[in-house]
Design a protein. Structure first.
Length: 74
């Protein structure tokens, strides 16, 4: 719900990929028809850019408010 509410996405890709690190982790990727890899898979593609530090801070704050926790990069 958070990704759909926070970002204008057409669909979501969700994958539980844990073949490189020991802990289980889940990727939730919001996809739009104008993303550089549409309609192919986003997994394993080179980065198409990123967010500025202040954008990342705002997204983390929104996630913390939504999920009720403290989410920091580790």
């Amino acid at each position: 719900r958070f990704v759909r509410a926070a970002f204008p996405v057409t669909k979501l890709n969700v994958g539980a990929l844990g073949n490189i690190v020991r802990q289980m982790h889940v990727h939730v990727i919001g996809r739009r028809e104008d993303d550089p890899w549409w309609p192919g898979p986003a997994w394993g593609q080179p980065s198409a850019g990123g967010y500025r530090a202040e954008q990342v801070a705002e997204i983390r704050a929104r996630i913390a408010r939504e999920l009720g926790g403290d989410y920091r990069a580790t």
